[in-house]
Design a protein around this ligand. Structure first.
Ligand code: HEM
Length: 681
């Protein structure tokens, strides 16, 4: 039997793997509420315990000795064994746990990766993990276990805690470690008997006891967590800032990269009469935000005023923790690439219908041209309505709301002007349209769309998606048109200003569309090699959402600076896009960055879709839609930048777009829009 093919694993799990499976909460897709330091100590404890069970070290309450340096074959275990063996002084377990805790995060990462590879865990976009629904085989019995590996380990621990059988030494260690993290009470319903039994188990095994004691002592030492609190966050000189050329050209990521180069990865900007703003910018702060942000930062506060304007509270971007995970999972299919891929013919139809309005010789404003082109598609695909007549008002209202309530660049009364009050009513017009076409009778036989997902969730779980949130949730679908439309403006600009790339994209488009319109699944990586790399480079140089806002809910130290509880943090995740050591010659457009061995986009230094748990849920969808639109434009038209000597400037707030001076000149129509053949015709 080919076990790999059906998702079975034939090896026993290591203690670090078992610890991860114990701590993983299926409710929030991450670990039970274990603070970072505790988790790190417990993880190193698990490695040390495994080394001890493998007879590589011997440990008791006073000392830890290496007795055999032979490699185990497990990278994490071997790394820790080497660290301990290389030290000439004999130390105790607690010393090693504290000393090695800084390596715990990479061990956690590689353990999670292993478990995903073994198909025991499933990784979800946004940094969430759940148990994969596959059977698995244990080495010693060879017979398939029912249920998942996670359930198996939890069943063993239930037996250890809730029956009087003598537990296996491994189970004792797992109980000791999870107990040291203080989360057994969140995993199981513990009564007094169970608590007594846990105490007893924790005394049963010497290795487990010595490690748990070391973990507990290390956890109890708050000084270790606050050792680096002494640095004061540098304040950026406003004079220096105002003289920076990127303040004038609006290139925020390049500006943040230059500030970080001068002031370091954590800095503060104080505008007169405004609250101080703390910024994080650089590869290490990106890594931190991606991995640890969930423990320390939340989205709820910064978004609250904005969602309230729509009468909403607790919509997807403003949720945290398990509610966020639940809603994100439920909404996933509505934003998936597969959903778009299945209806790609609709994208062709709407795009061609829109382009039919272009005549050779026209010169049209870039931003509204591209936003409307995308909106014609998204309105129909996601909401089954036409919103071309109201999209400008919807956008104007949303942008004003963002500028008053999130960026706080405008006073609040500017959202109450007669013009804005009129635009606010347009949200209701959109809603009425959506509701009128989403009755069960009207939707019979239609492919499921995003509005169906949202309304369905409201019907099945009105606590998670209350009626009061529908106004926001449904109209937010069109906010995506703005982001994607602006990304298309940048892409058309980049194509029109680099004729050699235009030609290459056109050749790829001709190859794909030459024998008729392709199916969605034909947009493979190899068929879209140049276009795909071109779009990656567009989103590096022109990221639409250059930063994210969060509020600190648990104080933390990042790169030696304390972020105090309650402070607002701006994660400038795209500053890295303009750092020369990560993306050499960052101001030059170079699509070969994404070829091996360069692969400059690997890891959280390339972050056009954000970082951590709120990473763009629609990014796979948008990649396909953007690719299709760029290819259709390249195949049918030659577009030039107007005025011909236009130098790119950005309008960066509330999101990045080209300045309003950019126009597109329709220079040539290559192929009639009616010539498109369907496959098989
Ligand atoms: C080029 C266009 C786009 C860019 C650059 C972009 C970027 C982003 C970024 C950076 C975030 C995270 C914001 C944060 O952390 O606060 C985000 C969130 C999100 N995006 Fe996009 N986005 C784009 C288009 C889209 C599209 C077309 C869709 C839908 C089809 C979409 C759906 C979402 C959703 C649902 C979230 C919220 C996820 C959550 O809070 O868990 N985005 N996007």
């Amino acid at each position: 039997m080919d076990t790999a093919a059906i998702g079975l694993t034939s090896r026993n799990l290591s203690l670090p793997e078992e610890l991860i499976l114990m701590l993983l909460s299926e409710k929030n897709g991450y670990f039970h509420q274990v603070p970072g330091w505790k988790l790190n100590c417990a993880m190193i404890g698990a490695v040390v315990a495994e080394l001890s069970l493998l007879s590589r070290i011997d440990t008791d309450l006073d000392s830890l000795l290496v007795i055999d340096r032979t490699k185990t074959g497990n990278h994490s275990l071997d790394f820790i064994l080497e660290q301990i063996a290389d030290d000439s002084v004999q130390r105790n377990t607690r010393y090693w746990i504290e000393r090695l805790a800084i390596h715990a995060e990479s061990i956690i990462d590689s353990t999670l990766d292993n478990l995903v590879e073994l198909r025991i865990l499933k990784h979800h976009n946004g940094g969430f993990w759940t148990l994969a629904r596959s059977e698995w085989i244990r080495e010693q019995d060879g017979a398939p276990e029912n249920g998942t590996a996670g359930h198996h380990i939890k069943t063993r621990i239930v037996n250890a805690i809730f029956t009087n059988t003598i537990p296996d030494p491994r189970d004792i260690i797992v109980v000791c470690l999870v107990n040291a993290c203080d989360v057994l009470r969140f995993i199981f319903d513990l009564d007094e008997n169970a608590e007594e039994r846990i105490k007893l188990i924790c005394k049963m095994d010497l290795i487990g006891r010595s490690i748990a004691t070391a973990v507990q002592h290390s956890i109890a030492n708050p000084l270790l967590r606050h050792s680096a609190l002494t640095n004061e966050i540098p304040r950026v000189s406003l004079r220096w800032l105002l003289l920076n050329p990127h303040v004038r050209d609006g290139n925020l990521p390049a500006l943040f990269a230059e500030i970080a180069e001068k002031y370091g990865p954590v800095f503060e900007i104080r505008r007169p009469f405004a609250d101080p703003m703390i910024f994080l910018a650089g590869p290490d702060t990106n890594r931190w935000a991606h991995r640890n942000g969930r423990m320390h930062l939340r989205s709820k506060d910064y978004f609250a005023d904005f969602e309230k304007i729509y009468g909403a509270s607790g919509v997807l971007p403003s949720l945290d923790g398990s509610d966020h995970f639940r809603l994100r999972r439920a909404m996933g299919p509505g934003y998936s690439r597969a959903r778009l891929s299945d209806q790609v013919d609709q994208v062709y139809n709407h795009a061609r219908k829109y382009m039919a309005g272009w005549s050779v010789g026209d010169t049209l404003p870039a931003t509204s041209l591209c936003r409307r082109m995308i909106n014609a598609q998204i309105s129909s695909l996601s909401l089954a309505v036409d919103s071309q007549d109201i999209i400008d008002d919807l956008i104007a209202y949303k942008e004003r709301a963002l500028k008053t309530h999130i960026i706080k660049a405008y006073p609040k009364f500017l959202l109450k002007t007669p013009g804005m009050k009129r635009r606010a009513k347009v949200v209701d017009t959109l809603l009425e349209r959506i509701q009128s076409v989403h009755t069960p009778a009207q939707r019979t036989g239609c492919p499921r769309n995003l509005a169906d997902e949202i309304l369905g969730l409201h019907a099945s779980d009105p606590q998670l998606v209350p009626e009061s949130n529908l106004r926001f949730a449904l109209s937010a679908a069109l906010i995506a048109s703005v982001y994607l439309g602006d990304a298309l403006s940048f892409a058309v600009y980049a194509m029109a200003s680099q004729p050699d790339l235009y030609d290459k994209i056109r050749s790829e488009a001709d190859a794909l569309f030459g024998n008729g319109d392709p199916h969605g699944d034909e947009f493979t990586e190899s068929a879209t090699d140049v276009t795909g790399r071109f779009l990656k480079e567009c989103l590096r140089m022109y990221p639409i959402v250059p930063m994210a806002l969060r509020d600190v809910m648990n104080s933390c130290v990042v790169e030696g600076f304390e972020l105090p509880v309650g402070s607002r943090v701006f994660i400038a995740q795209t500053a890295t896009h303009y750092m020369g050591d990560l993306f050499p010659d960052p101001h030059s457009f170079d699509i070969d960055r994404y070829l091996p061995p360069r692969n400059e986009h690997r890891g959280p230094v390339y972050a056009p879709y954000g970082l951590g748990t709120h990473t763009c849920l629609g990014h796979r969808w948008l990649e396909l839609q953007l690719c299709v639109n760029v290819m259709l434009i390249a195949r049918h038209f030659t577009i030039r930048v107007s005025p011909a000597n236009y130098k790119l400037r950005f309008d960066p707030l509330p999101s990045m777009k080209p300045s309003s001076k950019l126009k597109f000149h329709i220079a040539e129509q290559r192929i009639s829009l009616h010539d498109a053949k369907s496959p098989g015709t």
